[in-house]
Design a protein around this ligand. Structure first.
Ligand SMILES: [Zn+2]
Ligand SMILES: [Zn+2]
Length: 340
């Protein structure tokens, strides 16, 4: 049977029959192999996106799969090709799109929330979202390309250079991936995280990781930089404490990148921006080149990605996966097997 995971509202996910959609001109139908569950899916599960779709809604956007059927006018792909999807569908006409920033289109459709997602056997998407995967890259691991692309985008926007000192606040999947990509770029990285399971995993990956409730990160960074501060601070914790310390951690002319989604406006020390001539950057999703870099990095084996995968489970486990993620369970990345 072709299956799909349907979010039905009220923290319920039901597994039901997948209703395949024939690819229209310009579309491709993919046989989904694996799909990761992430923090955004958890937001949705908690009801924060109920205004963006009608239930029942198929979600999921961190996927890998093979091309199954091709719509009219689509070139460059053949059935059986391994692919992943950059789940952005920009309007192409708004001022942001016209200025070349279609990844943050003013009417951006994020596929998986604003359109049906990947947690199903057969998934039809616009062909422009496809990126080819090397056949040598296992499809299970390839489901991590999307979150790795987030990290590549963040590190690229921050212009992290070899030899720089980077602090990452928050050690969930994205924080850890930013730390790994920044380290790969030659930076020295310190990660701060309060959850003991995540701290241990970060240390197992060879990352320098501290608990800010035990060690004051500002003192720590000052001690390790002859009081200069960090070249780059990534705020991925989304916490009030993180918003307060990010300005304390950055050196003169340092860069601060806000990656976390703050649902309420946090307190930020603007004096520090003036005093140290700091730069603040926002980083939201990714551009095609970030996906290409993420595919190359994932395929190269340069990052210890396998250790981030806590479990690989069938579609029937989506509900419990979201519940465990929501209750701070001892899981990092949960992958769902969408194929038979
Ligand atoms: Zn995600
Ligand atoms: Zn647009």
């Amino acid at each position: 049977m072709l299956k799909a995971a349907y979010y039905e509202g009220n923290r319920r996910v039901r597994v039901g029959e997948c209703k395949p959609i024939e690819p229209a001109p310009g579309q491709v139908q993919i046989k989904v192999s694996h799909c990761g569950i992430c923090g955004s899916d958890l937001h949705m599960f908690h009801g924060a996106m109920d205004h963006r779709f009608r239930v029942p809604h198929v979600f999921g956007h961190e996927m890998s799969g093979t091309v199954h059927a091709i719509g009219e006018g689509v070139g460059g792909f053949a059935p059986g090709d391994h692919v992943t999807v950059r789940p952005l569908d920009p309007c192409g006409a708004c001022p942001a799109c016209r200025a070349g920033h279609s990844h943050v289109c003013q009417r951006l459709k994020f596929i998986g929330f604003d359109a049906p997602g990947a947690l199903q056997t057969l998934w039809t998407v616009p062909a422009h979202t496809l990126h080819r995967l090397p056949q040598s890259l296992p499809l299970e691991k390839a489901a991590l390309v999307e979150p790795v692309a987030v990290a590549c985008h963040d590190v690229r926007l921050a212009e992290v250079k070899n030899g720089e000192y980077v602090v990452v606040q928050g050690g969930g999947p994205i924080g850890i991936l930013i730390a790994l990509v920044a380290r790969h770029a030659g930076a020295r990285v310190t990660l701060t995280e309060v959850n003991p399971f995540r701290l241990k995993l970060a240390r197992d990956l060879g990352l320098e990781a501290i608990n800010p409730r035990e060690i004051d990160p500002v003192n720590y960074v000052n001690e390790h930089t002859e009081t200069a501060g960090a070249d780059v601070v990534f705020e991925v914790s989304g916490s009030a404490a993180g918003a307060e310390t990010m300005t304390q951690l950055a050196r003169v002319r340092g860069r601060i990148v806000v990656v976390a989604i703050f649902s309420a406006a946090p307190k930020v020390d603007l004096f520090r921006f003036f005093w140290r001539e700091l730069r603040l950057l926002g980083a939201r999703v990714y551009e095609p080149q970030d996906f290409e870099q993420a595919i190359a990095l994932t395929a190269s084996g340069a990052l210890p990605l396998d250790r981030l995968i806590s479990e690989v489970s069938p579609l029937e486990a989506v509900q419990s996966a979201l519940e465990r993620l929501g209750s701070g369970g001892e899981v990092m990345k949960i992958l769902i097997r969408c194929g038979e």
